[in-house]
Design a protein around this ligand. Structure first.
Ligand code: UDP
Length: 359
């Protein structure tokens, strides 16, 4: 088959690294990069380091409102689909690129495969929830990372198209977790290599809900600044200016701000950290894989299967709540593995193969 895959943002590159490798063993893949993330350290580094094939199309669409971005993508992806006439389109996760790809394809009657289907926060106030829900409802095959996600799709009447395949990010995590760590690639905002302390906390924060004003980020950073070891915080471009200003104005000396890091660095920071504080969907799962305790700063549970034995706890963006959750002790049941076996990409390709035979 000829399959067009649409990616655009950091977590999608990480998923595509495992997905493309497997897909290309059996199919002709045309890779479309919408351009949603474009900085070297948010995009190109992942293609280099993770061996993702170069995109066949780079649409160069970034910035603007959600509607502007999604609308431009819709027009450009439709052009690609009309030129390539693929048998299917594959999208990952829940960004504007995911939704634009799915909408463009379904209107041309091209089957849509959605990887990481069925995740729900339970509120459409979250922009990613809108993207993932609409994408699920116009897809032909739905690949869920967990049984919980599959059941959610069943409740929405989509059970017949849904398969629990494991988390494709776990495939990528396992691949990099076993490799040696070259620590020389983490840079501060002056471009100098960051000397990592012996022990540290790892933090990321970039969601709209935590970066719309100074307040949530100040609360989170104030909690981290008071801990017994420094915090490594690679700053997403969305709140670069804010993070630098808040740390400077508040004199937060126990926080080490860095440029966004590559995937290998992120995996190794995760494995080495004392604990992790994040609002990232992907990073909280990686903390879980690594057995490192995590606090998820958000109003809704994203990955319910991680919320066991204090392994991952929800905290409001309030200093005291974050500190309270960080002080809890985690308990790990080594037999509990809700994210599959690290071979999600192979399972997905097997299901696509069967679908192709039957259709
Ligand atoms: N990550 C990375 N470099 C960083 C911060 C995060 O490679 O500087 C990785 C992290 O390990 C995880 C993914 O990016 O795999 C999460 O992406 P992001 O937080 O942008 O999106 P979300 O998980 O919220 O969808």
């Amino acid at each position: 088959m000829k399959i067009v895959t649409v990616v655009g943002a950091r977590p999608q590159f990480i998923k595509a690294a495992a997905g493309s490798r497997q897909l290309r063993k059996e199919h002709r893949e045309i890779l479309v990069h919408t351009g949603q993330h474009f900085d070297d350290n948010m995009s190109a580094v992942f293609f280099r380091e993770m061996g993702i094939p170069a995109p066949d199309y780079n649409l160069g669409i970034a910035g603007g409102t959600h509607a502007q971005m999604t609308g431009k993508m819709l027009v450009e992806i439709e052009r690609v689909l009309e030129a390539e006439l693929p048998d299917a389109l594959l999208v990952y996760g829940d960004t504007n690129s995911t939704l634009a790809g799915a909408l463009a394809a379904v209107k041309l009657r091209i089957p849509v495969f959605h990887v990481e289907a069925g995740n729900r926060l339970g509120t459409i106030d979250n922009p990613e929830e809108v993207n993932r829900t609409l994408t699920d409802h116009c897809s032909t095959l739905l690949f869920c990372a967990t049984e919980d996600a599959r059941q959610k799709l069943e409740r929405e009447g989509l059970g017949e198209k849904a398969y629990c395949v494991g988390n494709i990010m776990y495939d990528s995590f396992l691949h990099f977790a076993g490799q040696p760590w070259n620590k020389g690639n983490i840079l501060d905002f002056g471009g100098a290599v960051v000397e990592l302390p012996e022990s540290f906390y790892y933090m990321t924060c970039h969601r709209q809900e935590n970066t719309y004003s100074d307040e949530p980020l100040t609360e989170i950073l104030s909690a981290m600044n008071s801990l017994d070891a420094p915090t490594i915080y690679p700053v997403h471009p969305r709140n670069h200016e804010r993070a630098l200003r808040v740390c400077q104005n508040r004199g937060f000396k126990n926080i080490i701000l860095t440029q966004p890091v590559g995937y290998s660095d992120s995996v190794h920071l995760t494995q080495t950290a004392l604990k992790i504080v994040t609002d990232s969907g992907g990073l909280q799962c990686e903390a879980f894989y690594a057995g490192v305790q995590c606090v998820f700063v958000f109003d809704h549970v994203a990955w319910p299967e991680t919320m066991v034995g204090n392994r991952n706890q929800l905290a409001r963006a309030k200093r005291e709540d974050i500190l309270k959750k960080l002080s809890a002790k985690q308990e790990i049941d080594p037999d509990y593995k809700p994210f599959g076996d690290g071979h999600a990409a192979e399972t997905i390709c097997g299901i696509i193969r069967n679908w192709e035979k039957e259709s």
